[in-house]
Design a protein around this ligand. Structure first.
Ligand code: MCN
Length: 813
């Protein structure tokens, strides 16, 4: 319209592959991470951690440490119990103090905190702490937990505090009437995100105001601040959490680092306000950082007809959660949002047992439990195709949801918004056919045959995977309330935490943006800069991005579940529109002395409609500063899109997760398995990805590369193994094998853009992609490669040892 032409003019940054504005400072060492926060006089905390997986604490003697001149403070659970509270827990009744109380339940559990003027001295003091243990039998796996007598938490009376079996549709009928049923067992090894930067905190108690300021790279600081102020036993306004401008990755793992925040804050309070710093070392991060994720044993049954149509899906898994059912535990339910993957299946049974053992507790990790589900489902799909003797790609194709079924409602209520899955599968097959099945290609039949002679078996698997994006806060509520109570809710009661965003115009023309979320490396500064540049008609370099501390921001959901492309863009656009409106009013009233309908916002200025006069933003800001400040603190709260979609009525009032966007990927990894050594090499990873409208194609591609790297790690090498005594075997990066450039396949990526009908920009969330789909795809390609041996990639990571064992067993049969 005449009034508001900002978006029709000038260059468009959204949709362009604008380089990330964050990268210059990261690459030149100017980024500011938690370790760069070093207030004067800061002292350092170190933790004495349990060396046993399960033991009574007979005596904790800190006297030798306290007698040492370097010691400033020691803390034990007894010190906490007088004035503080236990940490919140994902399930009622599993009280956990920040330091172990009476009993230790995993190797690495903090028992004593010591503080000294530097970390070296603090570490030495840890050695002076004497802990007397009476060892108990450890519970080291799901079988022992469910069949043995030892309890991880005696008062609970069980090692399985949460189990459910949910049914959607006529499952029994489907299984009775289908021509065939296959049953597949498979295992997903205990993995997690391993961010380059470990978790850390600098906490300071303010003696004058009886409050705390805590800098930490904690993820979702405005949402999970309760996990810090509750154990401190202070109200939210007294505990300010702030995240440094740069975080070296989180992938969900830094959501549950409240133990460190709480302990550092308590130490600072005990030391009359001296700032206390703690940053995990790598061993602490890997064994005791409360950051492991899914560790599952699956049984999947598929009912299908002779023509390949799947009639029913029945899945069960046991998830080894470690010592505490930590916040957040809902990863056992998230797979319901993509329970049938890209297949049209009406009848689903979904059962799980959440099992406690003496291992490090789980937290969230990219994919949040959907990744193992897709792997288990696709493994069963391969088995079913094999049972029928048909090509697995044809079997998959028969069952794909068709484009005319969009938006598609799953039996579990979640909705897939848009997409043409059969076209994606066709295209990825075409790409491989053209490039690789020809002469000289990786799948040239002559080459494949020659390689076989050398014991190297090549295989490829074509499949489509869904990535549910943008969860709502009802999902979060569920973590804190009785699940069943949610069934009673009406739509109006659903409190979808909006995304909050604030901007202000400064006198020099700078646009300052304040995000209420934190960021861990996804490029949100770039996203906001692109959006504001377009909608305000300025340059990305005119925009500064800051993050609001928890006491200034409303309770927010923040960056998780691939929300930001949708939520942050909605909030940014809303605030920009308000700012433009305010600019027009100001210019009309104070500069031109005309009606607001006679001015237009255009290209970073307000002008008279006839173009005769214009006033640029900087001048308006200057003018405004001395008056009523209409251009500062312009804020906007963007509602979750699900609240606007009628189709979601049922979904929103159901007790299962709602994700209004469904990005998807069609993958075709080509693998080569050396049956002599068991080594798997991914020769090439073809992938076609669709996350709706791409706001920044460069970032989208980077997200996919990172996700695929993590997926390759999960499929082939990463695992937190424990020995039979409950001792962790992967406590350094020599033992926990992250993929390096050597292990990364050559990735051939293509994009399509099917806009989401439910979001403002058409964008869908995509930050978990790759990790969600690569493990299943790679495993399926291994199964394809080993077809002659009848070997199935039924356990991941598919390490050389595991491949070798399966091939040898097959050869022996
Ligand atoms: N994007 C885009 N167009 C789209 C979708 C996304 O340009 N259609 C861009 C966004 O602008 C944003 C990035 O891609 O810069 C990711 O957006 P989105 O998919 O909305 O995900 P979030 O920003 O909410 O980030 C969370 C997501 C999750 S759930 C995990 S886990 C994860 C991930 O992001 N953790 C990460 N990627 C990560 N990347 C880094 N470097 N570090 C992490 O900890």
């Amino acid at each position: 319209g005449v009034e508001d032409d900002a978006e029709s003019e000038g260059q468009s940054f959204v949709g362009s592959g604008l380089e990330r504005v964050e990268d210059h400072r990261i690459l030149t060492g100017e980024a500011e991470y938690i370790h760069d926060i070093a207030p004067e006089g800061a002292v350092h905390m170190a933790l004495a951690r349990s060396v046993h997986p399960h033991a009574e604490l007979v005596d904790v003697d800190t006297s030798a440490a306290e007698d040492h001149p370097d010691c400033l403070l020691t803390l034990t659970a007894d010190d906490l119990k007088d004035d503080y509270e236990p940490m919140p827990c994902g399930l009622e009744g599993f009280e956990e103090w920040s330091l172990a109380d009476d009993r230790v339940r995993f190797v690495g559990e903090p028992v004593v905190a010591v503080v000294a003027s530097d970390r070296y001295a603090a570490e030495d003091l840890v050695d002076l702490v004497e802990i007397e243990y009476e060892q108990l039998d450890p519970v080291t796996d799901v079988q022992e937990a469910t069949e043995g007598d030892t309890l991880v938490h005696e008062h609970a009376g069980t090692n399985v505090p949460d189990s459910e079996t949910l049914e959607f549709g006529a499952v029994d009928d489907a299984f009775e009437n289908a021509d065939n049923v296959v049953e597949t067992d498979c295992e997903w090894g205990r993995i997690s995100g391993v961010p380059l930067e470990t978790a850390g905190v600098v906490a300071q108690y303010d003696t004058d105001h009886d409050s705390f300021h805590i800098d930490s790279n904690i993820q979702l600081h405005t949402l999970v601040d309760d996990t810090v102020y509750e154990p401190l036993d202070y109200p939210p306004e007294k505990v300010n959490l702030e995240v440094p401008p740069d975080v070296g990755g989180s992938f969900g793992t830094k959501i549950a680092i409240h133990r460190y925040c709480t302990l550092s804050a308590i130490a600072s309070q005990q030391l009359d306000g001296t700032p206390v710093k703690f940053v995990e070392d790598r061993v602490e991060n890997l064994q005791g950082g409360d950051m492991h994720c899914s560790d599952r044993e699956y049984t999947v049954r598929l009912a299908f007809d002779d023509d390949g149509t799947i009639q029913g899906l029945d899945t069960y898994f046991a998830d080894d959660f470690g010592a505490f059912p930590h916040y957040p535990v809902n990863q056992v339910l998230k797979p319901l949002s993509a329970v049938t993957n890209a297949y049209d299946i009406d009848a689903v049974r979904y059962g799980y047992d959440l099992v406690l053992t003496n291992k490090t507790a789980q937290t969230a990790y990219r994919g949040f439990g959907v990744d193992p589900h897709l792997y288990a489902l696709e493994t069963a799909v391969d088995e079913a195709a094999r049972e029928l003797g048909i090509d697995p790609t044809d079997f998959r194709r028969v069952n794909l949801i068709q484009p005319d079924q969009m938006p598609y409602r799953l039996p579990t209520h979640n909705i897939y918004d848009s997409g043409d899955y059969p076209a994606a599968l066709d295209r990825i097959e075409e790409l491989v056919d053209e490039a690789e099945v020809c002469e000289g290609g990786l799948l040239d039949p002559d080459v494949v045959e020659a390689k076989r002679e050398e014991g190297k078996y090549r295989g490829v698997s074509y499949s489509v995977h869904i990535e549910p994006g943008v969860s709502g806060s009802d999902w979060t509520d569920r973590q804190r309330t009785e699940t069943d109570a949610l069934e009673e809710r009406e739509r109006e009661d659903v409190d979808e935490l909006p995304e909050h965003f604030r901007i202000q115009l400064e006198g020099d023309g700078t646009v300052r943006a304040f995000l209420a979320t934190d960021t861990s490396g996804q490029g949100h500064q770039t996203l906001v800069s692109q959006l504001l540049a377009d909608s305000l008609g300025v340059l990305p370099s005119d925009i500064e991005v800051d993050y609001l501390p928890s006491v200034e921001a409303p309770t927010e959901y923040g960056s998780a579940a691939s929300r930001m492309a949708v939520m942050l863009s909605g909030a940014t656009e809303g605030a920009a529109e308000k700012l433009r409106e305010n600019c027009r009013q100001l210019a009309a009233e104070e500069v031109f002395g005309c009606g607001v309908e006679d001015v237009a916002y255009r290209d970073g200025a307000v002008e008279r409609v006839d173009g005769s006069e214009r006033v640029p933003l900087a001048e308006l800001a200057d003018l405004d500063a001395g008056r009523n400040q209409r251009l500062t603190r312009v804020s906007y709260d963007y509602d979750h899109p699900a609240t606007k979609i009628d189709d979601f009525d049922e979904a929103l009032t159901s007790k299962y997760p709602v994700y209004p966007t469904a990005a998807f990927a069609a993958n075709a990894p080509i693998v080569e398995v050396d049956v002599t050594t068991g080594e798997v090499e991914i020769l090439k990873f073809y992938t076609l990805r669709d996350c709706g409208t791409m706001l920044n194609p460069t970032i989208v591609e980077g997200q996919a590369h990172g996700g695929i790297a993590q997926g390759v790690g999960a499929a082939l090498m990463e695992e937190f193994q424990y020995d039979g005594e409950g001792q962790p075997k992967a406590i350094t990066l020599f033992d926990y094998l992250l993929p390096s450039t050597k292990n990364m396949p050559d990735i051939e990526m293509e994009h399509t853009e099917t806009p989401s009908p439910f979001t403002e920009t058409g964008a869908k969330g995509t930050g978990e992609g790759g990790m969600l789909d690569a493990p299943a795809s790679v495993a399926s390609a291994i199964t394809a490669a080993l077809e002659d041996f009848d070997v199935v990639a039924d356990q991941i990571p598919m390490t050389p040892h595991r491949v070798r064992r399966r091939v040898r067993d097959a050869q022996a049969d």
